[in-house]
Design a protein around this ligand. Structure first.
Ligand code: PEP
Ligand code: MN
Length: 351
């Protein structure tokens, strides 16, 4: 229960617990406006980054300590609870100084054992709730290790946040949620609440509803959302932020979203099928070139050894992904048959 980490009533105005706020604190006006709008939308627990660990230098890295002061003052006025990302022990010390209500470890920090250790040392004895995002790479031991380091410093008020993992090739989503693997991992830490961060998983506001629905369907304890008063002007993660007003809409539609969810899934499947057809077209073009080369070099078109090793390879890869090996074999035998017929047809035209 994520509720147990926050004062009573912190989430009372919501169907499910929501922590929301801008990716970054950008200016006094921006954080105050956003927090006011969040308050009107019934959000009492607010997130915002004062320090932004950017993948590459030269981008906005946050306003730092002054941002904590702006946020604290606004929270006092509006009666909200606030949290920020701590990337260094000095950040954790400042979060304590400004009486923050929670902090989180970002994906990059969770990936760094010495930093987690030093931050845990600072927070020891403070009772401050710490939310631990998954590391960038799908290394579940690293995620669990960060939690254990906190626990060894007697930090007991901990929750997890799934923000997705960097994927080898980016699909529709910015980060791969690996829902199934995360569920297996959670069995190792059954007592920790887990929030879903649909903003960093989707990377795009249009996909938020679908990812949020999936998290709710899977029994996540709440959402950790990025929300900005004017998302298009945001200095970081502009594409994935929504206005506080839209949060209400996101969840409002949730109640009646069954048809919408099915439709969205089908649209995604159609897009993938479309890509598959495009890839098949590229594959057929290549096999025609191979056919010409074989004819030029007087080789036989059918090469059983090549077919055997290709099927063996594809079955092994399918196994790695958990895709049915039988399906993959059947599919590639069919594709291969078609390639061969097309090469034969081509050869008969040359004769
Ligand atoms: C964030 O929450 O703004 C953030 C930087 O997240 P992550 O660590 O998940 O990239
Ligand atoms: Mn962000």
């Amino acid at each position: 229960m994520i509720e147990s980490l926050f004062p009573a009533g912190a989430f009372s105005e919501q169907q499910i617990p929501i922590i929301a706020g801008p990716c970054s604190i950008e200016s006094e006006a921006q954080i105050a406006d956003t927090m006011e709008q969040l308050s009107l939308a019934g959000i009492r627990v607010v997130r915002a980054g004062a320090w932004k660990p950017r993948t590459q230098p030269g981008h906005f890295e946050g306003v730092g300590e002054i941002g904590l002061r702006w946020m604290r003052e606004t929270a006092n006025r509006l009666g909200q609870y606030i949290g920020t990302e701590v990337c260094l022990p000095s950040h954790a010390r400042l979060a304590l100084d400004y009486r923050y209500d929670f902090v989180w470890l970002g994906a990059r920090t969770t990936s760094s054992p010495f930093l987690v250790e030093e931050i845990a040392r600072v927070l020891e004895g403070s009772e401050l709730p710490v939310l631990v995002k998954n590391p960038i790479a799908p290394d579940f031991h690293l995620w669990q290790g960060a939690v254990e380091r906190l626990q060894r410093h007697h930090i007991e008020r901990i929750a997890l946040i799934l923000r997705g993992f960097t994927a080898q090739s980016r699909g529709l989503l910015r980060n791969d949620p690996m829902w199934h693997e995360v569920e297996l991992f959670r069995r190792a830490l059954p007592d920790l609440p887990i929030l879903c961060d649909p903003s960093h998983i989707s990377g795009e506001s249009a996909l938020l509803r679908e990812v949020s629905s999936e998290a709710i369907r899977r029994g996540y304890d709440g959402l950790f959302l990025e929300s900005h008063s004017t998302p298009s002007t945001a200095l970081t993660d502009a594409a994935q932020q929504i206005t506080p007003e839209q949060i209400k809409d996101l969840l409002h539609r949730e109640e009646h979203a069954e048809d919408g969810i099915l439709r969205d899934y089908r649209e995604d499947i159609d897009r993938i099928d479309d890509e598959l057809i495009h890839l098949l077209d590229q594959r057929m073009r290549l096999t025609r070139l191979v056919g010409e080369w074989k004819a030029d070099h007087h080789l036989s078109l059918y090469q059983p050894e090549r077919l055997r090793s290709m099927i063996e390879d594809h079955r092994r890869r399918a196994g790695l992904y958990g895709v049915s090996e039988e399906l993959v074999e059947e599919l590639f035998r069919t594709i291969h048959d078609h390639s061969l017929s097309s090469q034969r047809e081509q050869a008969s035209k040359r004769e």
